[in-house]
Design a protein. Sequence first.
Length: 158
Amino acid sequence: MQLYVDLQVACADDSDMPELAAFEKWVETAVTAGSDKVREEAELTVRIVDPDESMQLNHQYRHIQKPTNVLSFPFENPPGITLPLLGDLIICKKVVESEAQLQNKTLTAHWAHMVIHGTLHLLGYDHIEQQQALEMESLETQLLTGLGFTDPYFSERE
C-alpha cells in the first residue's frame, strides 16, 4: 500500500493533536478495508481547522450554519484519467474534542473515528439511507475495534 497523507494544521490551538503516523494508520485502515473500494495507492489531505472555517465550509457546501466534526470532499477523476487522489478531509479540532467528552470517548478514539469515517466517505460510502448507514457503521465499528478502540456507536445502540 502506497499512502500519502498531507496533514495541514490550520487551527490556533494545535495541542493534543495526534501525530502524522496516527493519521496515516487510520487512513490506511479505511483504505485497505477489504471491499470493492480498496485502493493500492492513495493520496489525501487532512486539514485540521477551527470552528469558524468548519462552519463556513459546512454552510457553503451543506447549507448548515454551524461547525461540524468532519467534512469529506472526494476527488473526482476526469474522464479517462485515473489518479490516486481520494480528496480532502476537513476536521474541526474543537468539535472533535467536545464530542469526545460528551460521548465519553478518549480523544484518540474519536480522532480515529472521524478520520476513518471521513475516509470511508471519500471512498464512496454514505449514510443517507438506512441500509447504507448500517453498512458504513458496521464497517467503522469493525475497523475501530480492530485497532483496539471500542464500538463508536455503542452508546447510540443502547
